[in-house]
Design a protein around this ligand. Structure first.
Ligand code: PEP
Ligand code: MN
Length: 286
């Protein structure tokens, strides 16, 4: 709290608006009553890999397609994405399957390029506090999917969102993606369910969960996804690959298409129990 009792994230604070913010992209409403599912590969690897994944996740009920073109990798020698070629493939796959697309922008210098192809720009956890990048993505006016830093306080995450709103763009989707923890024997990160509840209470912005990075293990993804929705998340972002052992990045946390279908069936049951519908699919483009 500020000294006068107001929240430091003035524009992001729930008190600022009587109703939750709904971010609409090509007919999909994120932050409304419906639960929204974003799915696709960690990285765009080829046209065949992307199209097979896009068709599969769409058939299972996903609303939005994800796929990395510029990949932040811990080692510079790992696969770092196909760049512009991946953006072209992603936009084409989105068009062919009738889904809006989201992809990460790693650097200020790529903002205009990525904004030409993507419907939603993702700022990754490593860039949450890159304030120059936050202001640059805000200027595009596109929806921004803002991941929480792997060791960021909730206040820091909400203040990062504040940078975007302060630049006149309120189309921000918060994404909890797991935090660093001491026990990494059984998982990579700890999906912070508490943070989903707190962020939903503190802010009018939609909050989604990424149980793929949030666990780092494919067998944990579905139960963690269901827990996040039960805790009040507005949606999910899930990594899916047609052949996870052969994935060029994050195969160990990627679901197969069959596993993703199972997730969607279980999600539909949980949504039924919660009295919250799955969001409507995008109307198909003629
Ligand atoms: C991703 O979504 O592919 C990604 C790299 O996420 P994060 O920034 O959460 O690690
Ligand atoms: Mn990934």
């Amino acid at each position: 709290m500020g000294s006068n009792g107001t929240k430091p994230y003035r524009l992001v604070a729930r008190e600022r608006r009587p109703h939750p913010t709904v971010v609409e992209v090509k007919g999909i409403r994120i932050g409304g009553p419906g639960v929204v599912v974003i799915a696709g590969p960690c990285s765009v690897e080829s046209e065949a890999q992307l199209l097979e994944t896009a068709r599969g996740v769409k058939a299972a009920g996903a609303h939005i397609l994800r796929g990395g073109a510029f990949k932040p990798r811990t080692s510079p020698y790992d696969f770092r994405g196909l760049g512009k070629a991946a953006l072209e493939l992603l936009a084409e796959a989105g068009k062919r399957t009738g889904m809006p697309v989201v992809t990460e922008v790693l650097s200020e210098k790529d903002v205009d390029l990525v904004a030409r192809y993507a419907d939603i720009l993702q700022v990754g956890c490593r860039n949450m506090a890159n304030y120059a990048l936050l202001e640059a993505v805000a200027e595009t006016g596109k929806p921004i999917l803002l991941k929480r830093g792997m060791a960021a306080k909730i206040r820091e995450w909400l203040l990062a969102a504040e940078y975007i709103l302060a630049r006149g763009n309120d189309r921000v989707i918060l994404c909890e993606r797991g935090i660093r923890t001491f026990d990494d024997e059984h998982y990579r990160n700890l999906l912070d369910i508490n943070a989903i509840i707190v962020a939903r209470g503190e802010s009018h912005l939609p909050v989604i969960a990424d149980p793929s990075h949030g666990t780092g293990r494919s067998r944990l993804v579905t139960p963690a996804a269901l827990a996040a929705i039960a805790a009040g998340a507005n949606g999910l972002m899930v990594e899916v690959h047609p052949d996870p052992p052969r994935a060029l990045s994050d195969g160990f946390q990627s679901l197969t298409l069959a596993e993703f279908s199972t997730l969607m069936r279980r999600l539909s049951a949980v949504c039924g129990a919660l009295g919250r519908p799955l969001a409507q699919a995008a109307p198909r483009q003629p």
